[in-house]
Ligand binder design. Structure first.
Ligand SMILES: [Zn+2]
Length: 400
């Protein structure tokens, strides 16, 4: 656990949360859920509120989800090839579109399982976790150990303004021309498109969206001091080798089958999965009404429970192993298996009370999934630059 195990290190006001009053009225309900100084809520108290079996990792359950997802990948690829063979040519673009959407979700689910391996939440065996995680992440062109190391930092310093690892907001003057453009519809569309096309690799190669002083550091450089310790060097090299082996395999497939089939069957779903990763990380930790914290205000628990549970709709939540809808649980107990986090969430919600954060999207055309995508656009548009509250009612960093 990081600095401070209780909800806050700031001094309480007569035992009462000191931010319950004085919040500017234009902020939404989530702004009133910032964890305050309290001894009532600690990591231990939350843990004690959850049934013990939620923490248990099951080989059978974890490996069945893995085998199922892998089988779905193969069957989906086979089915789309069969469909384009038998369908009239006018219908084939729709078959591909459906395949990309569905396989993108399946690949994200597999990626989430590898993420769980990196946390030690997949099984009790580190060997099994690292073998499965290395295979899955390398196959999806993610450097397994390197990313697991920096992801642990994201968990350790959630919503920390200088130590945070992903989607650390800018502190640029909101009146600056570039910030105004970033908040315009055109600027937002450009940023969403760049997240879709290159966001994941920009993060891996130059730590884009990381804390300002760590930008430019690469997940592929064992000497990147802001990301890795000396003892990590061989893990970083092994991760890069894993990716290079897969890249060579992809090269062989292109040589054998041509670029088109490999692009359609592998690259497009993989790119969609990368987009989900970036979007999910943004959405679970960014909301116009949720602040970030400077070092003096930040505590591990305050950062962890600034996480926001959301939903992509029941189907996409199930496909992605409930990473969006049980993210608060995941940040509190990152080595809990995903099926435990999902079951633990109502207990965490009850125990945290007002400090539990969730934002459920308004459906668009009856679809929560589309509502989630719309909220991503709205979030990207509204949550650009951050700064102290102009009324001086607290010392947190708010979107403005
Ligand atoms: Zn995680």
């Amino acid at each position: 656990m990081g600095k401070g195990g209780s909800a806050s290190q700031a001094a309480p006001t007569n035992g009462q949360p000191h931010l319950d009053t004085g919040k500017p009225k234009q902020r939404g309900q989530l702004a009133n859920t910032i964890p305050q100084a309290s001894d009532e809520i600690t990591k231990r108290s939350v843990r004690e509120s959850i049934p013990e079996h939620c923490f248990k990792r099951s080989y059978f359950l974890s490996l069945s989800h893995l085998v199922w997802d892998l089988a779905v990948v193969v069957v989906s690829a086979y089915m789309v090839l069969y469909a384009v063979d038998v369908l009239p040519s006018a219908a084939t673009p729709f078959a591909w579109l459906f395949y990309w959407w569905y396989q993108g979700l399946t690949c994200t689910g597999l990626w989430v399982l590898a993420h769980e391996c990196g946390h030690g939440g997949f099984t009790d065996s580190r060997l099994v976790n690292d073998t499965v995680g290395f295979f899955l992440h390398s196959s999806l062109l993610t450097p397994y150990f390197s990313w697991a190391i920096t992801h642990a930092k994201h968990h350790h310093y959630t919503n920390h303004m200088t130590m945070g690892e992903t989607w650390v907001p800018s502190t640029a003057d909101p009146n600056k021309k570039s910030v105004k453009f970033a908040k315009s519809s055109l600027g937002t569309c450009q940023r969403v498109l760049s997240v879709f096309l290159v966001g994941w690799y920009m993060y891996l190669f130059v730590n884009a969206t990381g804390a300002r002083q760590n930008r430019g550091q690469s997940h592929f450089n064992p000497g990147a001091k802001a990301l890795f310790k000396k003892k990590d060097a061989n893990y970083v090299r092994a991760s890069t080798v894993g990716m290079l082996i897969v890249a060579a395999g992809i090269g062989c497939c292109i040589r054998a089958f041509g670029f088109g089939p490999v692009w359609r069957l592998y690259f497009v779903p993989q790119m969609i999965a990368n987009f989900y990763l970036c979007m999910i990380t943004f959405m679970q930790h960014t909301h116009a009404d949720v602040p970030h914290f400077n070092d003096e205000q930040w505590t591990w628990l305050r950062g962890a429970i600034s996480t926001i549970d959301r939903s992509m709709g029941s189907f996409a939540d199930m496909k992605t192993h409930y990473i969006t809808s049980s993210h608060v649980a995941h940040h509190l107990f990152s080595d809990m298996p995903f099926y435990g986090a999902e079951e633990a969430t109502p207990y965490i919600k009850a125990h945290l009370g007002k400090y539990y954060k969730a934002h459920m999207s308004e459906p668009v055309l009856g679809s929560t999934y589309l509502g989630y995508l719309k909220d991503f656009y709205t979030g990207m548009k509204g949550a650009v630059s951050i700064g102290p509250d102009p009324t001086g009612s607290d010392e947190f960093m708010w979107f403005r």
